[in-house]
Design a protein around this ligand. Structure first.
Ligand SMILES: [Zn+2]
Length: 265
């Protein structure tokens, strides 16, 4: 049987009602495929939320309560890419992000394990950009270029690509601002490029599931962390190329994302 490839795209701090403010054709295309709602438990901040989404462990289990990762038990809770590799050691994996705690072994975390042995064998590839230091808008653009090229050239079995600049705009200007809408438009362009790369691979006969998700929203005036509905709302929109993206519940807890994605492989 032809194996299913997975591309999970994380758009940090994305509120879906940004679609009222901006035309986002790639995101709309994904939402038209299939969509499941999720509600993130507090604290609705990136460290705990991505740790849950990418491992399937609850905050109580993985112990990541903020973005410092002090007391993290991620060593006990492998990430989606590592789990896919452990289930089938022939799988190739790819991770790209501009928020270092997700992928950078030099700092806290990372949520996605570095897996040096597989990295040396080019079975696992990690692209790290430091948006925190150099600016997320530019860093997200670099992540998009590397990730699109990586998907197109290598067709990894499981890939995770993360964008941070929408979240940054939410912090600086709030979720109903023109700046937030502009950041969403730019990231939608990155999404479109990734979808085109997957389509090219699918055109050559590969089967792909593409999913896009977020870790939390923002308040209208900016900021997050609490249990307000617009802050706690998340989703996973899916599109399949030779794969059926439907059949998931309308709503599920965020701990179910990783197990469901693994089951789809
Ligand atoms: Zn976040």
């Amino acid at each position: 049987m032809e194996r299913t490839h997975l591309l999970l795209i994380g758009v940090d701090g994305l509120r879906l009602d940004v679609l009222d403010l901006a035309d986002l054709p790639a995101l709309r295309r994904m939402l038209d495929g299939a969509c499941t709602s999720m509600t993130m438990p507090a604290p609705t901040i990136s460290g705990p939320c991505w740790s849950t989404l990418l491992t399937g462990a609850s905050v109580e289990q993985h112990g990541v309560v903020d973005n410092r990762f002090i007391g993290s038990r991620l060593a006990l809770h492998p990430d989606l890419l590592t789990l896919a590799f452990l289930a089938d050691p022939t799988r190739t994996t790819f991770a790209a992000a501009a928020w270092p705690p997700l992928v950078d072994p030099a700092g806290v975390g990372p949520v996605i394990r570095t897996r040096d042995d597989q990295r040396r064998l080019e079975q696992h590839r990690v692209v790290v950009r430091d948006g925190e230091t150099y600016g997320y808008r530019v860093a997200d653009g670099e992540v998009a270029v590397f990730a699109t090229a990586g998907v197109l050239a290598a067709g990894p079995d499981v890939a995770f690509v993360h964008f941070s600049s929408v979240d940054e705009a939410g912090h600086l200007f709030g979720a109903r601002s023109a700046e937030y809408a502009a950041a969403a438009r730019r990231v939608d362009g990155h999404l479109a490029g990734l979808l085109a790369a997957v389509e090219a691979r699918a055109g050559a006969g590969e089967h792909w599931l593409v999913a896009v998700t977020t870790d939390h929203g923002h308040l209208d005036g900016g900021g997050h962390g609490g249990a307000e509905p617009e802050v706690a709302a998340s989703f996973v929109a899916r599109m399949g190329f030779g794969v059926e993206p439907a059949g998931w519940p309308e709503e599920m807890p965020p701990t179910e994302l990783t197990p469901r994605l693994l089951a789809a492989l």
